[in-house]
Design a protein around this ligand. Structure first.
Ligand code: ADP
Ligand code: ZN
Length: 725
């Protein structure tokens, strides 16, 4: 018998199966999906068995050296997901499989044992124990332990070391090692809430078709109880002996969601997010492989977990661009979810208060089934939103806070209610420039200004990591007019402290949440009322549910309207609408202040009126006129090289090739320099293709990709439906 094996070496030129002889001793144990070691050229490499058959190739074969970990191999479904990713994103098959495994299980570091163990003391010889007790009637402590050991094992760390030693010497006990999971959930389960009428209708609709493939769009205003609906559906699925995957955006944003799942489903839940250690990921993955959990709640890559017998997939905050991976393989978790839902014949639920235009349009065409929740639970009202014209305020020397916002903040501080302030930083950075000569700190490797970090007094490039200390005077003209431009969260915090010295303020941004657990701590402390004001970036916009927040202030609504991206309006609407949704989630009504220099901007006014449907119509009209998604699809080709000439030449060749091979209905733009033309001294040209239906597109792009496999000067990146470009 022979095995078809792919080699763990993610280069395109090796993206194919190699045939190896299966030695006799492995014939019984080898399985498709298993990891193996094989000789390759002069080295020994890891590989994955893709097929086992009798087809003898006409070249001389080598033998498989060894089989690896037998507990963890790729199952049939995973193997097919890998092939799907290879085809759809044009990545190598091995990259696809590597992506599907958590890092602790990647083939490379099989050597380390990530299991964590705990030592237990167990009784070895009951007769000897009885004898010992008789002989030492006054050794009360020892007797107590031995009595306990008759019934159960005891963790070794709980018994005095000397006693353990004596017991062991007398052969009374044994020490055993057991694996201990790093995340242990104690089952204290909350009861299910009774669904309200709207929720019940949504629930029934899905439940009716629980054994069919369907995509549902669950559109519900913030606080309408979407989470509750899918927790009920999950209960249902589990009752039928099946399992569920729930995807959430960067989990750090949604610790509260995870807690709700623990409260409802306890130890049946495994979680995955980037904040877990390698060991924790390893443990959670083992719980899945051993069928010990029924629900996985996690970020994007959790869509790949090998839960058997899937019964439902739920994607929360469906519109979030975190579901698209921007590095290889450039996959969209929603598309992978569709693949899996079809594979199992089960429902896929996409949930959002602000569905992506793509999803909403599909619901409009009945490709997705629409479920709506129009009211907040407990009759909470959506917050009152007020737009404040900052052009008027600047003349009053109010650059950061308008009079209105200041008044409202004082009001809340007096009433001991809480406040959330959002500093919209999308497409925005805090850079430094000299007021004298106009000198700006720029990254020497990338076409981008450096960002100032006050705590460390240095300037950093957020693309390549370059960093330098800030000078006291301008490095160009030696003057001392180096100004801080742009408003950062640190600066905002300083200003707040000046204005409200009494207020307790906590800041949430990348700097304050980089340490493990710090995000959770900020959330908990704020929820406990230890702070009056939570100020932060986009991080605070989603999923959080604080009962005592009655005011949300958006300091600068404009910044994301101006970014050069056809989704700028949509992203702004989502951000502001979602952030507004943090206000008034309990009995006290909420209020939102949006500060802007464009008070007449349509998008902002749709936010003001809590009018998603209006925004949808308005924006669809623009997309239609400009032929943007959802009226078209987009694919981008990035042509990268450290050699400017080579990159440009290749870009033109590709453009030429496309013009000859694509259907005439597809529109090709470029090549143009990409949004950031140079990163880490690599030049980046971009070609954009807009298409509706083009049956030649996929093949043509595949061909272009193939043409550059062996080109080590120019690198090609192809992305279908990029989240931005
Ligand atoms: P969403 O996910 O739509 O933002 P949530 O599911 O977080 O909404 O619900 C908002 C709040 O309403 C939560 O505190 C939740 O416990 C509560 N809630 C949801 N459904 C019900 C219900 N049927 N009865 C009572 N309270 C509910
Ligand atoms: Zn840089």
């Amino acid at each position: 018998m022979y095995a078809q094996i792919i080699i763990e070496y993610p280069v395109k030129s090796l993206d194919k199966c190699f045939t190896y002889v299966i030695p006799k001793q492995f014939l019984d144990t080898i399985k498709i999906g298993m990891k193996v070691k094989v000789p390759f050229g002069k080295s020994i490499l890891n590989g994955i068995v893709i097929d086992i058959n009798n087809n003898k190739p006409d070249y001389e074969m080598k033998e498989i050296i060894s089989l690896e970990d037998s507990e963890n191999f790729l199952n049939e479904e995973q193997l097919s997901i890998g092939k799907y990713l290879q085809e759809e994103t044009l990545c190598t098959l091995i990259t696809a499989y590597q992506t599907m495994l958590p890092s602790a299980l990647k083939i490379k570091d099989q050597k380390t044992d990530y299991n964590k163990y705990e030592e237990f003391v167990v009784m070895d010889d009951e007769y000897a124990c009885e004898e010992y007790i008789k002989m030492h009637p006054r050794a009360f402590k020892q007797i107590e332990i031995l009595e306990l050991l008759k019934n159960d094992k005891i963790p070794k760390r709980m018994i005095d070391n000397n006693i353990v030693k004596v017991f062991k010497n007398n052969k009374l006990i044994k020490i055993v090692k057991e694996q201990k999971y790093r995340i242990n959930i104690i089952d204290i389960l909350n009861k299910e809430l009774t669904l309200n009428e709207e929720q019940q209708i949504a629930f029934d609709e899905v439940q009716k078709q629980i054994n069919e493939y369907n995509v549902f769009l669950l559109q519900g205003v913030t606080g309408s109880g979407k989470t509750e609906v899918y927790m009920h559906l999950i209960s249902e699925v589990i009752k039928n002996g099946k399992t569920a995957i729930v995807l959430v955006p960067e989990i750090c944003l949604t610790t509260q969601t995870v807690q709700r799942f623990y409260d409802r489903f306890g130890s049946s839940v495994a979680i995955f997010h980037s904040g877990l250690s390698k060991g924790e990921k390893h443990d959670e993955y083992q719980k899945i492989l051993r069928d010990e959990v029924k629900i996985v709640v996690g970020t994007r890559s959790s869509i790949f977990v090998p839960l058997k017998n899937l019964g439902i997939i739920i994607i929360d905050e469906e519109h979030s661009d975190t579901y698209k991976q921007e590095s290889i393989p450039r996959y969209d978790a929603i598309e992978v979810a569709k693949f899996r839902a079809k594979y199992h014949d089960i429902p896929l639920i996409l949930a959002s208060a602000t569905p992506s235009l793509e999803a909403k349009a599909r619901a409009g065409k009945r490709v997705y089934k629409l479920l709506t929740l129009t009211k907040r639970t407990n009759n909470m009202k959506l917050p009152e939103v007020q737009i404040v014209d900052m052009t008027q305020e600047v003349s009053k020397k109010n650059f950061i806070f308008s009079e209105t916002l200041k008044d409202k903040i004082i009001e809340r501080l007096t009433n001991q209610e809480q406040i959330i302030l959002l500093l919209n930083r999308r497409g925005f950075s805090t850079y430094i420039t000299c007021g004298n000569c106009g000198y700006t700190y720029k990254c020497p490797n990338c076409d981008i200004t450096l960002t100032y970090h006050k705590t460390s007094n240095n300037l950093r490039c957020h693309y390549c990591g370059y960093s330098i200390k800030k000078d006291d005077s301008c490095p160009n003209c030696q003057g001392n007019s180096l100004n801080y431009l742009g408003l950062g969260t640190q600066k905002l915090e300083e200003e707040l402290n000046k204005l409200y010295p009494e207020a307790k303020i906590i800041r949430m941004d990348q700097d304050t949440t980089s340490k493990k657990g710090s995000y959770q701590r900020i959330i908990d402390d704020f929820a406990d009322g230890k702070y009056d004001i939570l100020l932060g970036t986009q991080m605070i916009s989603k999923g959080l549910d604080f009962k005592n927040v009655t005011l949300v202030g958006i300091i600068n609504a404009d910044t994301s309207l101006n970014i050069p991206d056809f989704r700028a309006n949509e992203k702004t609407f989502d951000l502001l609408y979602q952030t507004s949704g943090r206000a008034g989630r309990n009995i006290k009504p909420g209020e939102v202040i949006i500060q802007t220099f464009n008070p007449d901007n349509e998008t902002l006014n749709f936010v003001k009126n809590n009018d998603y449907e209006g925004f949808y119509k308005y924006e669809m009209d623009i997309r239609h006129k400009l032929k943007y998604p959802p009226y078209t699809y987009i694919a981008t080709i990035n042509i990268k090289s450290s050699d400017y000439e080579e990159a440009g030449k290749s870009a033109n060749q590709i453009k030429n090739y496309l013009s000859h091979h694509l259907s005439t209905a597809s529109i090709i733009y470029g090549p143009t320099p990409a949004a950031i033309f140079r990163i880490n001294n690599i030049y980046n040209f971009q070609i954009i293709i807009k298409y509706t239906f083009d049956n030649r597109l996929h093949e043509s792009l595949k061909q272009i990709d193939a043409n550059y496999i062996t080109n080590n000067k120019v690198n090609i990146e192809i992305t279908f439906n990029p989240s931005h470009f």
